[in-house]
Write a protein that binds this ligand. Structure first.
Ligand SMILES: C[S@@+](CC[C@H](N)C(=O)[O-])C[C@H]1O[C@@H](n2cnc3c(N)ncnc32)[C@H](O)[C@@H]1O
Length: 428
């Protein structure tokens, strides 16, 4: 029987790819991808998916290990599907991420990429979404329907783990079956807890009482979110149950607030460094900021820019951005609630000398916008991205008209293979 036909087999890992998967080959032409391994390792794996000349496998045992391998801190590592790099010290993980990233972009950008890290690989995430199913609370094992029950996640802020524990006790007590997810977000030591449910739930007051035993009255808020769709975590219907309605903080003298339905970068400290790096790219120009979220970056850019126009599709986020404009008295900020693919091409036509700052979701920047940047002689684009794959596709599309001046990487997601990037493009 060839190795391809066996479910369990041995493989040597040649390299780790941009998704954090180790890659090896069977019989020279069958590609095997497996998570949580390191270059040069020989590992025993189990096939979980096979198609043509491709196998996705899961790690069973490391037979010969890379010299940098360490024992992961977390007992759920490789089970919960969250972290990819706990088998490396942060310093080695950074080296590996940087090398993989530089290699991935080498046909577009040949200079060394600056890698910015704040050396805080644990307790950094300000948000976590846990699945709730059959009385279990945890993360979904990658490629399966199984829930890995989580008592304590070491990359989330400690407040999140406290709420998780209270919620689990409440769930065990009430046997509530209508909850699908619990989403917990922390900012400046305050929390908003969103209970995502198929229909209304009983005894939510008891949950609030239990949270009050641990957190002060004015330090948290609770929402119900109604969602029966399996495709996304949050639905469109919200009901405020208790306490805070938004989370608030100040950065760089800009007061801002975030609704639980608005996007917020998940690592506060690295976000601050990223935003200041974007600001360094702006002098006294008009800035068109696509995918502007709850407006904190817009508020910071307003300090150096002549004028900032933010475009955001999510109504709650635009409301937050309007509140930010008002509370900080930013007369040079305009927030537009709309779809970038319709609004940015119009703005590109009108403001040909503007700098475009874009920070799209993982799916990347829409084609209409990219085309309009080319057609309207836009001279400078600052592109913030959390997905190297779509970033590369979009940069390729722009490459006949724009030069890539600079790429910086930000370790927004330590212990995982993901990175945040800032790319500066200038017209050729
Ligand atoms: C990666 S987040 C960046 C938000 C903001 N720049 C920040 O740092 O918080 C992407 C944002 O794009 C918004 N968005 C997604 N698709 C959009 C579209 N087609 N048009 C406008 N905004 C969109 C999302 O709601 C989200 O707020």
């Amino acid at each position: 029987m060839s190795e391809f036909e066996k479910d369990v087999f041995k493989i040597k890992i040649d390299e780790v790819n941009i998704n954090g998967e180790g890659v090896g080959f069977l019989q020279d032409n069958i590609k095997v991808c497996v998570k949580n391994v390191l270059p040069g390792e020989v590992v025993k794996v189990k096939s979980i998916f096979k198609k043509n000349n491709f196998i996705k496998a899961e790690l069973i045992e490391v037979l010969e290990s890379n010299q940098n391998r360490i024992k992961p801190v977390c007992p759920y590592f490789s089970l919960c599907g969250g972290c990819d790099y706990q088998q490396l010290k942060n310093v080695d993980a950074i080296k590996q991420k940087k090398q993989i990233f530089e290699n991935y972009f080498k046909d577009i950008y040949t200079k060394e990429i600056e890698f910015i890290d704040n050396n805080k690989p644990f307790e950094y995430r300000n948000k976590a979404s846990f699945i709730v199913k059959n009385g279990k609370v945890g993360f979904q094992k990658e490629g399966s329907n199984n829930i890995v029950e989580i008592e304590n996640c070491c990359i989330v802020k400690p407040e999140i783990n406290k709420v998780l524990s209270i919620f689990r006790k409440w769930l065990n007590l009430t046997k509530e079956e209508n909850v699908n997810h619990i989403v917990i977000r922390v900012l400046n030591k305050k929390l908003i807890i969103t209970i995502v449910c198929a229909s209304t739930i009983k005894k939510v007051d008891l949950l609030v009482e239990k949270i009050k035993e641990c957190f002060k009255d004015n330090s948290f808020g609770v929402y119900l979110n109604f969602n029966s769709s399996k495709n996304k975590i949050l639905g469109d219907k919200w009901k405020h149950i208790y306490g805070l309605k938004v989370l608030e903080d100040v950065f760089d003298d800009v007061k801002y607030s975030v609704h639980p339905n608005s996007f917020m970068q998940i690592n506060d400290e690295v976000r601050n460094i990223l935003y200041k790096s974007v600001q360094e790219e702006i002098k006294n120009e008009v800035v068109i900021e696509g995918y502007s979220g709850a407006g904190l970056l817009s508020g910071i850019l307003c300090k150096t820019a002549k004028e900032v126009i933010g475009v955001e599709i999510n109504k709650n986020a635009t409301e937050n951005a309007n509140k930010l404009k008002e509370e900080n008295n930013l007369t040079n900020l305009q927030n537009i609630n709309g779809d970038c693919k319709n609004v940015l091409p119009v703005l590109a036509k009108k403001y040909k000398s503007a700098i475009f700052v874009i920070d799209p979701p993982r799916s990347g920047c829409d084609q209409n916008t990219l085309q309009s940047l080319k057609d309207n002689y836009i001279s400078k684009v600052v592109y913030v991205s959390c997905n190297p794959y779509t970033l590369k596709q979009n940069l390729r599309f722009l490459s006949d008209i724009f030069n890539v001046e600079k790429i910086k990487m930000f370790n927004m997601f330590p212990n995982t293979s993901e990175v945040e990037t800032l790319t500066v493009l200038s017209r050729k």
